[in-house]
Each structure stands twice: as C-alpha cells, then as structure tokens.
Design a binder for this molecule. Structure first.
Ligand code: GP9
Ligand code: MN
Length: 627
C-alpha cells in the first residue's frame, strides 16, 4: 500500500500541472484548427494522457531517483515544448528532425531567435518552478516506495489511456500514422511529444536505407530506363510550347466517370466537356497515387517516379536529391510557383517544394480567407482563382505555375448558394454531394479561363488540367454501381481510377486520345512540349504524344493496365470488355499466363527500381549533365 503520509504523489501533481500547461499551449499558442467536438476532446485529453505516462514511470525508481526523474522530466518536457513554441512563432509549424539538422529553416531561425522570445514566456515554466520547489521542501512526503501492485496498476492504467487516446485519434483520422499526415494533424491527435518520437522513427528508418545505398544500383536501373522508358518524344509537338507559360491545374478528387456524363439529364461538367473540343483529352489516363494522395500526384508529375507504397514521399523523403520538373525548367529560363490556399506545411509541401526547386509557394497566407468565402477544407475554388490572378499578372514570364484546387474534397461540402445541380439520390451521401462540388469546380475553372483571357495571359500559355486521384472510394460501391448501372467488380474498380487529363494549347484543335496513359507520363510530356531534351532524364514515364511509348501503366498496388488487359488482384481481364481471362478452365488459365504474366514481372521490377531510387536517395550519385 501507499505510504500513509502521502497525500497526492509528486508524479501526479507534475502530470496534472504539465498536462494543463500543454493543453493551454495547444489551445492558445499553437493555431490548431478544431473542426468538431471529437477533435476538441482529443486535444483536451491528450496532454494529460501523455503527461501521466511520462511521470508514472517515476514510480519504478526509489524515492531519491523519483524526485530526480520528475524534476528533470518536467524540465526537459517544458524545454521541448518551448522550442516548438519559438519555432512555431516563426514558421507556424512544428520542429522536424531533418529540419533541425539540415534544413535552412533552422539556420534562419538561429538568426532571429531573440526576436521570437517574449517576456511572459517565463510563465511557461511555472509548473517547473512549482515542481522543483515542492521537491525541495516536501520531497520525501510527496514520494513513496510504491507496492508492486500499485506499480502494475498505475502503469497499466497509463497504457490503457494511451490506447484510448490513439483509438479515438484513429477513428477521427483513419490510418493516421501510416499516412504520415500533416504535422498539425499528428500534434492534434497524438500530441507534440509522440509526434517527435514518431518523427524520429521515420527519420532513422529512411536514414538507414540511405546509408546502405551506393551508386552501383543505378547502372542497372538507368539501363532499364534507357531501354524501356526513354524516347525522343513526338517530333511534331516538340517545342510547340517553347517559352510559353505553363499553367497546371490539379483538379481535386476528379475522376473521369463524371466527364461527358449526366445527372438528372444535366451535364455534370459542362465546361470541361466543352474544353474537349479544343484540347488533347486522354480518356484512359490513370492516377497512380497511394497514401500520399494529392502530394503523391504532385510527386509523380514532378519526378516521373512512383510514390511510396506506404506513407507520403513528401514526408518521408523530402530531403532527397531529385531531378524535378521545376528544377529542370528553371535551368531553361522558367520561374516556377505553386498556388494552394491551405496551410503550407500540409503534406510537408513547404519543405518539399523548396527542395525540388519551386521559386515561390502562394499558400493560405497569400489569400484573404474569411468565413464567407470558405467551405469544408478552406477557401473555395472560385475566390481562390480570382485572388490568384493578381499574382500571376506580376509574374516574370515564362512561368510554370501549379494551381491546386480544394473544394471538391471529401466530404464534398458546399454552401447552398453555390450548388447549381441537384444532389444524386443514393445510399451514399458522399456520392450524392460529389456531383455538386464537381460542378462547382467545373465552374471555377471556367471562370479562371476567363480571368486568364482578361489578363492577357491566355494566348501565351498552355494549360494542363489533371485529376489528382479518386474521390469516391470502394466504400461507396453500391451507390456507384447504381449511378453507373454496372456491377462493381475489381475490374471496374481499376477503371474508376481514371482521372481527366487535358492538354490545352490555345489555337490548337486537339482531339480525344484513347491510348492508356498515366500521371507518370506527365513530366516527359511537358518537357517535350517545351522542347527540353528529356533523354537525359531518368524517369519511368514516356511522352504521351509519342507512339513509341511503353505500353503499360502500373498502379502503385501492382495492378496494371495495358492496351489489351487490366490486371488486378491476381486476375487478368480484357480491358475493353472487362471479361475475366483466367476462368477455372485450364486452357483459359494458360491464356492468362501468356497475356498478363510478362507485364507482371516488368511492373514489379519497375516499381521496385523506383523505390530503390527513393529509399536509397540514389540520384545523389548521378550526374544529369545539365548543371
Ligand atoms: C490539401 C489538399 C488535399 O492541401 O491538397 O489533400 P488530399 O487529402 O486530397 O491529399
Ligand atoms: Mn487531393
């Protein structure tokens, strides 16, 4: 049993004080956005759960050591929190290990650190002062040698709290840890301390893989790329956009099934449909993203490499050497920028963009965001485009600018006044509202074309539009098959991974192109249009206008699509009809073996080559010869 004289043990006092302080800091110092009661609840319990776990460990020591552990524990915890506060004041972001050790951000901080300290910051150490004083005056009364049973119970309780906290976080944001979401999300859900532990694990894992890599692997990989994925590019279109501005529009969650389709007898995307008349439109273009969603689509377009099978490359390998689109075109006289009205650290964009050579990132702070002009994830697409144009007008030409839309994002919320098409009627609210936000985005893009014309930028630009990834997941199978009037099969699932891809060159007629294509091909396609020699590059895609191109598109889960077949979940289908080629019939199985098998090996080889490049940071050993 407990020591009779003991009232409240010091470790509990420390946990309560430190938990309270951490909560106050989360709530009032960090600008953490809370969207619902559950998020508020998680944010409230997490500091106490964490503090309890940290300080309960002290009970395993003898009394003298308990005091030491609690005293230095609270000091260290407070310092970590305080460093984050100071860092946050400058960057509105949390410290990451790579940032601390190699980022220029940390150096910037060093210079201005004095300006970031406030007098009242001393109050942030009040709990430390109280605990140290109590330890000094009443140390022996506030500690005890706890019984085995007490130790076991208290420790078990702390683990239970942790699991409870994590379970709530996981329910609020599924696959929180696997998907390495935004740092704000991590801090919001697991707290700043576990966020640091998580960051450290991520960091050492990717460091280890990098350490054991050497340049030799590149010989084999570059040989493969030269043989299989490098072409001269379509000669007719080569250089057609030379010195023109490139405007790239990333269309949030837009899938091809809505294009040229109707709902209640109305076109869902009237503007994009009309754009098909004077653009190259690829109707069999697949997204190849994984857990990194939008950031994966960005990564593929910028590098023509595959994204990571787990997590987001933008987080895990943001410090690698790449040979990215912004860097290459920068060397060819282009300025480059990204426009996206979200927190700059979302998907670690601020770090990655700087590394791969973007000159400027117009993030949320570049926009006037109010309650009225926001919905769901933030600034609505229409004001987003409207407010962007002034920056574009001042930009040095030629420029490459990427615009990332946001309104058509799960859960597809829209204000009533913005809805111009009735919702669908199915068991899925998600799909029902998807059509409305898709229509809104279509209108926003239409407006944007007009702004470009008014600003006199249209004629000197080429405009590329691409869906970033699916918006309607497998979870809405029933509603999807109702809308499409088709049975939802694995084959259909793969076919639904098609996203729109437009290349709009003002003054050119364009056409609908049916060959199989994917995001991996965007970089070489843009380079060829700009007349930049792509044969020096190491990338897995090929120019989409070149008939000599590699004839399959690999999805990140190993599924693939060829001109004739769709392969997924161990089955080979006829691409046009969706008929299964491997039935139980023996002879058909043989047919399957000869049909999909040769591609299977190549797809796996290609995906693992790409992983090797990224995990081993192999491009640091390669001279692209364009310095
Ligand atoms: C966030 C936006 C959406 O900034 O790009 O990200 P997603 O969830 O689609 O990856
Ligand atoms: Mn997205």
């Amino acid at each position: 049993m407990l020591n009779k004289k003991l009232h409240m043990p010091l470790y509990l006092i420390a946990a309560l004080l430190f938990g309270l302080k951490t909560y106050i800091v989360y709530r009032f110092v960090f600008d953490i956005s809370l969207e619902n009661v559950m998020q508020e609840f998680i944010l409230l319990i997490n500091p106490f759960v964490t503090a309890f776990f940290i300080f309960v460990l002290s009970i395993f020591f003898n009394q003298r050591r308990q005091l030491k552990y609690i005293k230095y524990g609270i000091l260290l915890g407070s310092l970590i929190l305080y460093f984050n506060i100071v860092f946050y004041r400058n960057f509105s972001d949390f410290i990451t290990i790579p940032l601390l050790f190699q980022g220029s951000n940390a150096a910037d901080l060093g210079n201005s650190v004095l300006g970031l300290i406030r007098f009242w910051d001393v109050t942030l150490f009040l709990d430390v002062v109280i605990v140290w004083m109590l330890a000094k005056k009443h140390g022996s009364k506030l500690t005890a040698s706890f019984t085995k049973r007490y130790k076991k119970m208290a420790f078990a309780l702390s683990i239970l709290f942790l699991i409870g906290n994590y379970a709530l976080a996981e329910a609020e944001r599924p696959q929180l840890l696997q998907r390495t979401f935004d740092r704000e999300y991590l801090v919001k859900n697991i707290g700043v301390f576990y966020y640091h532990v998580y960051d450290a694990v991520l960091h050492s894992k990717s460091k280890a893989q990098r350490v054991f890599a050497d340049g030799n692997e590149l010989t084999e990989i570059s040989k493969y790329i030269k043989e299989e994925a490098t072409t001269e590019g379509n000669q007719e279109l080569q250089g057609i956009a030379k010195d023109k501005n490139v405007i790239f529009i990333s269309l949030e969650s837009l899938q091809s099934f809505v294009i040229n389709n109707t709902l209640h007898g109305e076109e869902v995307t009237p503007f994009l449909n009309s754009l098909m008349d004077n653009s190259y439109y690829f109707e069999n273009f697949y997204h190849q993203t994984e857990q990194g969603k939008t950031s994966d689509s960005e990564f593929i377009v910028e590098n023509s490499l595959y994204p990571s099978p787990r997590g987001a490359v933008y987080f895990t390998h943001a410090q690698n050497d790449y040979h990215s689109l912004p860097e290459i075109i920068g060397k060819n006289g282009y300025s480059s920028s990204v426009f996206h009205a979200n927190n700059k650290s979302f998907w670690n964009r601020d770090v990655m963009y700087e590394n791969i050579g973007y000159d400027h990132f117009y993030d949320e702070t570049a926009y006037e965001v109010t309650e009225e002009n926001s919905v769901g994830w933030g600034l609505k697409d229409k004001p987003f485009f409207k407010q962007s144009i002034k920056y574009l007008q001042q930009m040095e030409q030629p420029f490459y600018s990427k615009f990332i839309t946001l309104t058509n994002h799960y859960p597809f919320e829209l204000d009533e006044e913005d809805a111009t098409i009735e919702p669908y009627d199915s068991n899925s609210n998600t799909l029902n509202h998807y059509f409305q936000t898709v229509r809104y985005m279509d209108e926003a893009v239409k407006d944007y074309f007009n702004y470009l014309k008014e600003a006199g930028l249209y004629e000197d630009s080429i405009i590329i539009l691409m869906g970033d990834h699916y918006g309607i997941s497998d979870f809405h199978k029933k509603a999807m098959s109702q809308y499409l009037d088709k049975e939802y099969t694995d084959y259909l699932h793969v076919q639904l991974q098609r996203v729109p891809f437009f290349v709009h060159i003002p003054g050119q007629e364009g056409k609908v192109i049916s060959k199989v294509a994917g995001q991996i091909d965007v970089k070489p396609t843009i380079l060829n249009l700009l007349g930049i020699d792509e044969t020096k590059d190491l990338s897995f895609g090929t120019d989409l206008f070149d008939d000599e191109r590699k004839d399959f598109i690999a999805l990140r889960d190993g599924s693939f699509i060829t001109e004739d077949y769709v392969y997924t979940k161990d089955h080979c289908y006829d691409r046009k009809t969706g008929e299964l080629i491997d039935s139980s019939d023996q002879s058909d199985e043989e047919a399957e073996a000869s049909a999909c098998k040769p591609y299977m090996e190549q797809v796996n080889k290609e995906l693992s080559y790409s992983d090797n490049i990224i995990f081993g940071d192999l491009f640091r050993f390669y001279d692209f010869g364009d310095e």
